[in-house]
Ligand binder design. Structure first.
Ligand code: SF4
Length: 235
């Protein structure tokens, strides 16, 4: 076969197998993530045991993921932690230094503060909560995750929601809340509104780190936590 035919065959193979993704590296990366995070519809009908198995596979895929540039600067990816079928899934923006070092979500001072919030409304990552982030690897100097990084990582979050099946989502912080709620307004505005993400009700509130820096935010957070608990009790 000559070179021109060889090239044509390669194009046809590409078209059939991946819709020409090889011609666009960015699409190829998105496809790679989708392959490690596929079949969200199917996830909704499998048994608890099968969901546990798929979640373990997903965690392993996240730990070894290289689908965006954050993989080059992380120490450890931070997939998430908690139980299946929780009352609440907490979604933050991304891992910080303590999380990057340990591979666990929301550890250190902000994590201990979050645990107190949850405990105040009878929630806990050990028994009835699951905790994760929009991006699973730490952005350098804790900067906001870039749009490409978020886009590469969101399929993992969507699969986690389908597999874990929380009754309510608690988004903490501006970046997480803007993404989950699909709006571009201030945290003060977002937390006053009702949203859903992937069919799950969302309560948006401030990030524990922000409240540690500004104690006047404690009162609105408490109002949000009471609202969260009320939705848990109704659903
Ligand atoms: S942030 Fe997400 S997409 Fe990027 S390397 Fe980490 S796990 Fe993969």
């Amino acid at each position: 076969m000559d070179t021109a035919h060889d090239h044509l065959y390669k194009l046809i193979e590409d078209y059939v197998a991946s819709g020409y993704r090889r011609r666009n590296p960015r699409q190829h990366n998105a496809a790679a993530t989708a392959q490690t995070a596929p079949a969200a519809d199917d996830d909704r009908v499998v048994t608890g045991e099968e969901r546990e198995r798929r979640l373990a596979d997903l965690v392993a895929a996240i730990r070894s993921c290289n689908n965006c540039p954050l993989s080059a600067v992380r120490n450890r990816a931070v997939p998430g932690a908690g139980v299946l079928d929780p009352l609440v899934m907490v979604i933050g923006e991304g891992p910080g230094a303590d999380e990057d070092r340990t591979g666990e979500p929301f550890v250190g001072r902000a994590g201990a503060f979050l645990d107190k919030w949850l405990e105040a409304v009878d929630l806990s990552r050990e028994t009835n909560a699951y905790i994760t982030n929009i991006v699973k690897c730490r952005p350098p100097q804790n900067r906001d995750p870039l749009p490409d990084e978020r886009a590469a990582c969101i399929p993992y979050l969507e699969r986690q929601i389908a597999l874990v099946r929380p009754r309510v989502i608690l988004s903490v912080g501006r970046i997480s809340s803007r993404i989950v709620c699909g709006v571009d307004t201030s945290m003060g505005e977002i937390r006053k509104q009702a949203f859903q993400y992937r069919g799950v009700p969302v309560v948006a509130t401030y990030h524990p780190s922000a409240v540690l820096r500004n104690e006047t935010l404690k009162r609105p957070v408490w109002e949000d936590l009471k609202r969260l608990r009320a939705i848990c009790d109704r659903s």
